[in-house]
Ligand binder design. Sequence first.
Ligand code: BGC
Length: 373
Amino acid sequence: MKKKSILAAVAAGALTLGLAACSPAGGGGEGGGGGGGGLVGVAMPTKSSERWIQDGEALKNQLEDAGYDVDLQYAEDDIATQVSQIENMVTKGAVALIVAAIDGTTLTSVLEDAAAGDVAVIAYDRLLRDTEAVSYYATFDNFLVGQQQAWSVLNGLGLTELDGTPIDGAPAGPFNIELFAGSLDDNNAFFFFEGAMEELQPFIDAGTLVVKSGQTDIEQVATLRWDGETAQSRMEDILTANYSGGDQVDAVLSPYDGISRGIISALEGSGYTTGEEWPIISGQDAELDSVKAINSGEQYATIFKDTRDLAEKAVEMTVAVLEGEEPEVNNTEDYDNGVKVVPSFLLDPVIVVQDNITSELVDSGYWTEEEIG
Ligand code: BGC
């Protein structure tokens, strides 16, 4: 955000705080924090994936506790809906927007209108591209997420430890692997895939891993809107075209649990059964059904990104901007949105396999033992 805008945002914040102090009930949110901080718009992409529901709830609770009113909206992966939801938030007088975009390039004009009205904009988990109108970015280390997805696959095959350290006397393979990436309109998809390929490529070059379909470019392996059914049908096509002659798929790089579930359905549909021959499959988000699938051995690993911590970071950033302070960031290099490098805070993702479900997910209260079953 430009200095002028920051000053204006501070003034706007001070004004709303001042007004709130005069209003009898403090104007507030439901969270008991007293309210009065003003309205914060939270734009989430879809409810079709559990993680965004948790993100939305965590953001709403934490913002309300900090004294803000919250307009939380989900756009069901429809770009026009998300644009109009954000327009509405601005019309309602939002002082800040926290946005997880469906397509990071489509919000330029609505965000520029918001910024012109001195609304602070925080990119949430997904980078907002091609716009000046984004102040800060709260996310996880997305390149590391991709590396961890690769390491989980390599670990499942007995080739490396979970941190990527090579294992002495590892099997020579060759192992057949197929690759999936996320949605090309989501900047994260590139970070995940590039991180993963940095780790997998040496094994492909050495002939330890073989991609029988030959599909190794992100454009070939991408999955529009991260859709599980789209992934399922691509996996079905790959199985029919490349594995009908008796060859086995040994591993699948999957960037997201919903895609992993599509891949699992395709494998089951073509006669694979869990056990010795079942492929190693990665994932992301620690969604409940996929944690169950890790427990039952259908999925090897997921990447756990604690949405409560991400929400906390985004709320800290929002409050800091509104109060005219500089939020804490730890990366000012990697997230170039095409117009500027957006100052970012990257949280650490964690690989979850069968062995650490309890310590990572249950002990932290993310899921209960009963939910996992
Ligand atoms: C998020 C992932 C998520 C994916 C699909 C990405 O932008 O970083 O956590 O799996 O979107 O929703």
